[in-house]
Design a protein around this ligand. Structure first.
Ligand code: LMR
Length: 328
């Protein structure tokens, strides 16, 4: 072998070693819903883009369906640095001491995705994400799911139809107040236990966007659903701040770009995915789906709007007023 050939061989060995030695950064993304939901699809989109834009420097492992952490555990795991990215619903930040996120749970505060995006895409949204920093959390984005329906095993035509019913809620004091305003008995249940709780009749009913109803098979154990659109359910995608700040600059930029594009994608498909899920629930035929009349809608609105004033001391009247202003 010539000296040149020897040098080339040595160089390629060194290069191969360097490539091997540079282990990819593993980013665990844990969430509680099914892969075929807006959040599940958003997580997969982020994985594909992050791995591509980082040129293989990052590997994203997506854990759907509470397989890695459940509702409450995922928040703790993120703060401890055991998981890098999670996307809890905005209703689940109260236990962190961040009551402001519960503003999104107020019934009828948003009439449409367009109104909601004025808040999440504007300065108010940025301020809310920044409020996570003292908790060691960096807020990356808001992801949509959709507007909620009520379900039970008896018809729901009027607010009084839920009186006395045990209704599963997420861990939000606003949702607690909302159910009490209907005379119902709210019960916080982890998302992965909802189907079993409904099936065993530990709770009588619940609320969720249709993508969650369908993919968790809640419609199989709920005979009635009413399309009230009474509240919004969406997510903040969050990461451990120490992890995020410690990433090499080029990697962080690649992940931020992937997150921007995954956010655009998720918020584009969310409505269609929920419409598809509702169509699938109708096709399944296990649940009678009621479309409320204008008067029925008004009756729900009248019963639930007082929750805004009742929750103002908890969430902040200024914040609620700022949302009214943004949404016009
Ligand atoms: C729920 O607990 O009903 C939702 O927050 C689940 C989710 O992440 O969409």
């Amino acid at each position: 072998m010539t000296l040149r050939a020897l040098l080339v061989a040595a160089l390629s060995l060194t290069l191969a070693w360097t490539v091997q030695a540079a282990e990819p950064i593993v980013v665990k993304f844990s969430h509680v819903v099914a892969p075929n939901t807006p959040k599940g699809m958003g997580a997969e989109k982020f994985k594909a883009l992050a791995e591509r834009y980082s040129g293989g420097a990052v590997v994203v492992e997506v854990y759907p369906n509470s397989t890695l952490y459940k509702d409450k555990e995922e928040m703790e795991a993120l703060q401890l640095g055991a998981v890098e990215i999670i996307a809890p619903s905005l209703a689940k930040f109260g236990p962190l001491g961040l009551r402001v996120f519960e503003a999104f749970d107020l019934p009828y505060i948003f009439d449409s995705y367009a109104e909601l995006h004025k808040v999440t895409g504007g300065p108010l949204g940025a301020r809310l994400l920044a409020s996570l920093e003292p908790r060691g959390i960096a807020g990356l984005a808001f992801w949509d799911n959709g507007f909620k329906s009520f379900s039970a095993n008896t018809p729901i035509r009027a607010p009084g139809d839920l009186r006395g019913k045990k209704m599963r809620i997420q861990s939000s004091k606003v949702l607690d107040a909302q159910m009490r305003a209907l005379g119902a008995l709210p019960q916080v249940t982890a998302f992965d236990e909802v189907y079993a709780a409904l099936k065993a009749r530990v709770v009588d009913g619940t609320e969720n966007p249709h993508s969650n109803f369908y993919t968790q098979r809640m419609h199989e154990v709920q005979s009635h659903m009413t399309l009230t659109d009474h509240g919004y359910l969406g997510y903040a995608v969050i990461t451990n701040k120490k992890f995020w700040d410690g990433l090499p600059g080029t990697v962080r930029e690649a992940l931020a770009r992937a997150m921007r594009e995954a956010t655009e994608y998720t918020n584009q498909i969310a409505k269609a995915e929920n419409d598809k899920a509702l169509a699938a629930i109708r096709t399944a035929g296990t649940t009678e789906v009621h479309v409320p009349t204008a008067e029925e809608r008004l009756a729900f609105k009248k019963a639930l709007l007082p929750v805004h004033a009742a929750m103002a001391p908890r969430i902040g009247k200024d914040l609620i007023d700022a949302i009214y202003e943004e949404t016009g």
